[in-house]
Write a protein that binds this ligand. Structure first.
Ligand code: UDP
Length: 244
C-alpha cells in the first residue's frame, strides 16, 4: 500500500499531525460504539512486536498507529517509506486539548503518580477551560482495582481516555478492557502528564527542531540510557528488515 510505511512489519499511515487530528475528530463525530485505539508507535514497541505476538496483535487491531519519535520517521525515509513527520503522544495530546477546547471534548486521565495527575488536571483546566475533565486516576494501582477504574470510566463515557501508564503497559490495559471502557478514543501517551504537570521538562524547541530530543532526555534523565540503547539496535534491525 502506498499510504502506509511499513517498519519491521508494522504499518504506519503516512499522515501528518494535522491529518491525525482530522481523523480523530471524524471518529468523535461518527459516535461509534466501538472504542478507537490509537497507538503511539515508538522503536521499543516496534522491537517488542518482533517477539511478542500478543503485543503484535494489539498493534494490528489498533485503529491508528502514529510515528512516535524521530527514529521511526528517519528509518521510514531511509527505506523509501517517507513518513511526513513525527506524531508523538505528548504533541498529540496537546493538539487534542487545543482542539478539545474549541469542540468541548471530554477527557479522562489515567496514569502518572497522584500528585502529578492532580497537577496536570489543574494545568489543563486553566489552559483549556472548555475541555471537560470527567475524571482522573493515578497509575499506580493493583490489578484488583482494575474493575473499579474500568467501571468509573464506563459510567463517565469520555470522548478521550488518555492512558499515561508507559508503553506497552498502557496499550495492553486499553486492549484488555476495550469492550467495557465506553470511551470513543483511547490513547497511550507515556510520560505526557509528567510534562504537562511540569515534573519533566521537554527539550527546548531548538533541540526538537534538530531532532535531538532523545539526546536531551538522555542528558536530563541519565537513568534512561539503558532504554535508549534500543535506538541504535532498532535503527540497524529496521534498516535490514525485509518488509513484505
Ligand atoms: N506510570 C504509571 N504507572 C506505572 C508505571 C508508570 O502511571 O505503573 C507512569 C509514570 O509515572 C509516567 C509514565 O507512566 O508518568 C511513563 O512515562 P515514560 O516517559 O517512561 O513513558 P514511555 O516512554 O515508557 O511510554
Amino acid at each position: 500500500m502506498n499510504n502506509v510505511a511499513k517498519i519491521m512489519g508494522i504499518p504506519f499511515p503516512k499522515i501528518t499531525m494535522d491529518q491525525t487530528l482530522q481523523e480523530l475528530s471524524k471518529v468523535i463525530e461518527k459516535d461509534k460504539s466501538e472504542l478507537f485505539h490509537v497507538v503511539t508507535g515508538n522503536p521499543e514497541i516496534v522491537m517488542s512486536c518482533q517477539h511478542d505476538q500478543s503485543l503484535r496483535s494489539i498493534i494490528d487491531e489498533a485503529g491508528l498507529v502514529t510515528a512516535d519519535g524521530i527514529g521511526i520517521v528517519m528509518v521510514s525515509r531511509l527505506k523509501g517509506g517517507n513518513l511526513p513527520e513525527r506524531v508523538t503522544g505528548c504533541d498529540l495530546l496537546i493538539k487534542l486539548l487545543e482542539a478539545g477546547n474549541q469542540q468541548k471534548w471530554s477527557f479522562y486521565f489515567l496514569g502518572a503518580d497522584d500528585a502529578t495527575s492532580k497537577k496536570a488536571a489543574e494545568v489543563i483546566s486553566q489552559t483549556y477551560p472548555n475541555v471537560s475533565i470527567l475524571g482522573r486516576h493515578h497509575g499506580f494501582f493493583k490489578q484488583e482495582e482494575d474493575a473499579r477504574i474500568v467501571e468509573e470510566i464506563q459510567s463517565l463515557a469520555p470522548d478521550f481516555l488518555i492512558v499515561a501508564l508507559g508503553a506497552p503497559y498502557a496499550e495492553r490495559w486499553i486492549h484488555k478492557y476495550r469492550l467495557y471502557l465506553n470511551a470513543k478514543i483511547a490513547i497511550g501517551v507515556g510520560g505526557s502528564l509528567d510534562v504537562i504537570a511540569g515534573k519533566v521538562k521537554r527539550a527546548p524547541e531548538i533541540w526538537q527542531k534538530l531532532h535531538a530530543e532523545w539526546l536531551y532526555r538522555l542528558i536530563k534523565q541519565p537513568s534512561r540510557w539503558r532504554r535508549q540503547l534500543i535506538l541504535p539496535r532498532f535503527a540497524l534491525s529496521a534498516l535490514f528488515f525485509k518488509e513484505h
